[in-house]
Ligand binder design. Structure first.
Ligand code: PEP
Length: 249
């Protein structure tokens, strides 16, 4: 059975005091599902969050990293720096990174390689914009995003890759892909994996859905056979809502 995962992306929210109080609230919640739970605070709060959650089964993960090991990249953070503070999973390719920081498929391929070379796990995000969906280009766009950034990898690398389908038109907009739209795309992604890497690999990779998942829609979305969990933005900033989503499985 594939690993079910619910990951909260806190984005550029919460200073240190706010991070600590959200962690205090998270620790009061009870998990009734088997889903693996992760939260991604901002860089400055990673170590404090890691330390505060180390006795729980909530994993602290990073929102981004650079592909270089070190050097003249002002403002950037490397895989080994993340590992040195206990972080072993990183989100790469979020649509906000692609849109506001010009991250390309080629750059993301290098980031994926750097993360895997450092024995990190990657949550790789991708998804179409509204115009792609309106013009029925969404499958083509998603296929090329996945192929360009990931299909140079050996099959064995996929044990450290989690995919996150996030239609850009559904992120932070309150608009969600319907459970059927999510399932159709997840099945397409799994077929794309299977065509190149075979059924065993395709069946083993967790594919998360992201885009306005809330306590009131999580159960229906997670009920679809190819949806293995969620990447949660806004609703992850409230501990009770986040755990309602975690427990929607
Ligand atoms: C996200 O940013 O990955 C996301 C899914 O955000 P939201 O849940 O707020 O749409």
């Amino acid at each position: 059975m594939r690993q079910q995962i619910v990951a909260g992306n806190w984005k550029m929210n919460n200073d240190l005091a706010q991070t600590e109080s959200l962690i205090t609230e998270l620790k009061k919640q009870t998990k009734t599902s088997k889903a693996e739970v992760m939260v991604a605070p901002t860089f400055t709060n990673l170590f404090r969050a890691f330390d505060a959650l180390r006795t729980t089964d909530i994993e602290v993960i990073a929102q981004n990293m650079h592909f270089a090991e070190n050097g003249a990249y002002t403002g950037e953070i490397s895989a080994s720096m993340l590992k040195s503070v206990g972080i072993t999973t990183v989100i790469l390719g979020h649509s906000e990174r692609r849109e506001y920081f010009n991250e390309t498929d080629a750059m993301l391929a290098k980031k994926v390689d750097a993360a895997l070379a450092n024995a990190m796990r990657v949550i790789f995000c991708f998804g179409e914009v509204l115009n792609d969906r309106k013009s029925s280009n969404h499958e083509q766009v998603v296929e090329s995003q996945i192929k360009n950034a990931l299909f140079h990898l050996e099959a064995s690398a996929f044990k450290n890759i989690v995919l996150a389908y996030e239609p850009v038109w559904a992120i932070g907009t309150g608009e969600t892909a319907s459970p059927e739209q999510a399932q159709d795309m997840h099945a397409f992604i799994r077929k794309t994996l299977s065509d190149t890497y075979g059924k065993t690999v395709a069946e083993s990779v967790s594919i998360l859905y992201g885009g306005s998942v809330k306590p009131n829609n999580a159960q229906e979305i997670f009920g679809k056979p190819d949806v293995d969990g969620g990447l949660i933005g806004g609703a992850a900033l409230n501990a009770a809502d986040f755990f309602d989503i975690v427990n929607a499985f």
